[in-house]
Write a protein that binds this ligand. Structure first.
Ligand SMILES: O=C(O)CCC(=O)C(=O)O
Ligand SMILES: [Fe+2]
Length: 218
């Protein structure tokens, strides 16, 4: 007997809108490499150059702390990496990168949480999760609507960003990024953005994440 996958596609409008295979920002031309339409997942190339990646890593090295999750900021097995927010770092590169990302996706930078750096050593991972806050949480009044994960390093083996409900894996490549959004009216589409960072097997993984909120942050 043949079984059919239920079609959840609804062609809702997306936040990130572009045509063609290039996106021009003030200071760079970005390549569109992969587009999965609903929920929208886009893989972008040439977002950062090597020097920018290296410098973001250097800026965060001595700020890294074992990652905490949720509003209660608890250390958990869900995320075993180390992380740092770069919001208090006075460096032009941080604002240049935040502005570039915001111009790529077309959302004012005031909606973004500061760049968040994560470092995964072999065996470390970020188990599958949603980036948006549960409807019952306080933070949901200005919830996250989309995510950009920037890869600051290659990973020799492992460390892919995976979307288990989409059967999709994105392998880290220095300077590239993956965008995905979860601001659909159809909650089923939002739930399809479940994702995680697979354990690093060999090498080290560095990423910078930028999350956008529905409304401006103070
Ligand atoms: O490490 C990854 O590839 C995913 C990171 C992630 O899900 C996040 O920062 O919210
Ligand atoms: Fe995430």
């Amino acid at each position: 007997m043949t079984t059919y996958v239920t079609n959840t596609r609804s062609n809702e409008p997306t936040i990130f809108n572009f045509t063609g295979n290039k996106i021009k920002t003030e200071d760079r031309e970005i390549d569109v490499l992969v587009k999965f339409e609903e929920p929208l997942v886009v893989v972008l190339g040439s977002v950062l150059d090597d020097e920018e990646c290296d410098r973001l890593i250097e800026l965060s090295r001595n700020r890294l702390q074992r990652s905490k999750i949720g509003v209660e900021k608890i250390v958990s097995d869900i995320r075993t990496s180390s992380g740092a927010f770069l919001s208090d770092v006075q460096d032009d590169l941080v604002s240049t990168v935040e502005k570039r990302i915001s111009s790529i996706v077309g959302i004012p930078v005031e909606h973004a949480e500061g760049l968040h750096i994560l470092n995964y050593k072999p065996g470390q991972e970020y188990k599958e999760h949603f980036d948006y806050f549960a409807a019952t949480s306080k933070a949901a009044s200005n919830n996250r609507i989309c995510t950009v994960v920037l890869y600051l390093s290659d990973v020799e083996d492992g460390g892919e960003t995976y979307f288990p409900k989409l059967g999709l894996k994105v392998y880290p490549r220095k300077g590239m990024a993956v965008y995905f959004e979860y601001f659909y009216n159809n909650q089923t589409l939002n739930e399809l953005t479940l994702h995680g960072g697979a354990p690093v097997n060999i090498g080290e993984k560095w990423i910078a994440t930028l999350w956008f909120r529905r409304k401006k942050l103070d």
